[in-house]
Design a protein around this ligand. Structure first.
Ligand code: EPU
Length: 430
């Protein structure tokens, strides 16, 4: 049982360096399966999600060298058609990218339905619709996604997504790069990690255009070759540190960011009274006075990201006035509100709406991380709260935040990670 222990109530100050984007890395690593040759990927965040994907690739026969904590060389040239380990696949949502990669490379796939954070139903019907449009037969049988391409291979087609889906956009892109003809994805997601995946594939010889707009065109090529690629900085990690400064107060330079990717988050923090100054590849956040209330509606990029919703909620919990959050991407992403309420927040949740009446202060107690971003919100709340906060289930946080303890300590936070022995459980009678 690992926990974080935080003594909060201190402003943050100093410089924090943002790692590579998790949601780009978790697509790029499975996409390495398509490449004939060695690809060198830099700025890979060293987090449990990327370690797990590398383990899956390794179990499939990929040759992997970690040249430094964040630089990985992968060669999948000799990987023969084989399944990804169920036990590993079920632990991570992004394992769905192996479906597109296996279909694209081998012409068939069998991957267990993916796991991941629980925000209500998270279907993958749009991914499947895309593969089917390219001619694949795909079925879900006994918890596995099973698919096969026609004898003459996958052929590009026009896919209009029923909703904007990051995963479906990226998975269809991965599957289509080696197919014949042209694949067009309409109503595509525009997130920075969608563009990053396209740039990675293009650096390896693919022909993807339009990424970052809502129509992406993929002209199939015969093969991809090795090369080098550097993953972009993580928009959500940067936003999390920015929200931490807004909630706990202080003055921090968040460096290694693409300020354009942060526009929506910077604007919201400014609206709430934080001072946000943009430089070429860094952003300074200062917060002295109490924050003001604001409203947020989560939307696909360039709207306010659902992955920043719990973190901004902590800022609202401490702001002057009543704030409203409308969650429009997921059915249940407010489970963390019960934990924040235990720290003194005043939040009323009605399905996809949270009404937050700001309080003067939060107080530390024992809370649990319901999922990755909910866990990040608990860390922010703990930094801002008076007294000691103990956060349980930190495995979720470590799925997506590289060196969070070290980074926060460098900003003056009093946070440590402890390994508490598991409680001795005795079988209950009856
Ligand atoms: N959806 C469908 N059918 C599909 C695909 C999506 O109904 O086939 C629905 C989802 O249920 C959801 C909405 O469409 O209501 C958007 O889902 P999307 O496909 O965009 O999400 P995802 O690919 O499952 C990725 C990130 C999430 C992030 C979302 C939205 C990865 C591995 N995960 O999930 O990241 O919240 O996009 O931006 O890239 C996180 O990092 O904490 C995280 C949860």
């Amino acid at each position: 049982m690992k926990q974080y222990i935080l003594n909060g109530g201190k402003p943050l100050s100093g410089v924090v360096t943002i790692s590579g984007a998790k949601n780009a890395a978790v697509a790029i690593l499975p996409a390495a399966l398509l490449i004939n040759g060695t690809c060198r990927i830099e700025n890979v965040p060293d987090i449990s999600d990327t370690r797990l994907l590398l383990e899956i690739l390794d179990s499939m026969g990929a040759v992997i060298h970690r040249l430094s904590p964040n630089t990985i060389e992968i060669n999948c040239s000799h990987v023969r058609d084989c399944e990804a380990s169920d036990a590993l696949v079920r632990r991570i949502r992004a394992s769905y990218y192996f479906i597109g990669a296996q279909l694209g490379r081998f012409g068939h796939t069998r991957v267990a339905l993916p796991g991941g954070c629980n925000f209500g139903p998270r279907p993958i019907d749009q991914h499947i619709k895309g593969f089917q449009t390219m001619g694949a037969e795909v079925e879900v049988i006994n918890g596995y996604v099973c698919g096969s391409a026609p004898k003459d291979g996958l052929v590009g087609g026009r896919i209009n997504l029923d909703m904007v889906s990051v995963g479906a956009t990226m998975n269809i892109m991965i599957c289509a790069v080696l197919s014949s003809g042209i694949t067009i994805i309409e109503n595509a997601a525009k997130e920075p990690h969608v563009v990053d995946l396209a740039n990675f594939l293009n650096a390896m010889g693919a022909k993807v255009s339009g990424a970052g707009t809502d129509v992406i065109k993929i002209r199939g090529v015969k093969a991809l070759h090795g090369g080098s690629y550097t993953i972009i900085p993580d928009q959500i990690e940067a936003g999390t540190y920015m929200a931490a400064v807004a909630a706990a107060g202080g003055n921090v330079l968040v460096q290694n960011v693409i300020p354009k990717h942060m526009d929506c988050i910077s604007a919201k923090l400014r609206e709430m009274g934080a001072r946000v100054t943009e430089y070429d590849d860094s952003i300074r956040v200062e917060r002295v006075n109490r924050l003001r209330r604001a409203n947020v509606k989560t939307l696909p990029y360039p709207g306010f990201p659902t992955d920043m919703q719990p973190q901004i909620a902590v800022c609202m919990a401490l702001a002057n006035g009543v704030s409203v959050i409308t969650e429009s991407i997921y059915d249940t992403r407010f489970r963390y509100c019960a934990e924040l309420s235990r720290m003194g927040a005043n939040i009323k949740v009605d399905t996809k709406l949270a009404v937050i009446t700001g309080v003067e202060e939060l107080t530390g107690c024992t809370v649990h991380a319901c999922d990755l971003r909910a866990g990040a919100a608990m860390v922010i709340a703990g930094l801002a709260a008076k007294g000691t906060t103990i956060i349980e289930d930190i495995k979720y946080i470590e799925r997506g935040y590289e060196n969070i303890i070290e980074k926060l300590r460098d900003l003056g936070a009093d946070i440590r990670r402890i390994d508490k022995p598991d409680p001795i459980t005795t079988p209950s009678a009856g």
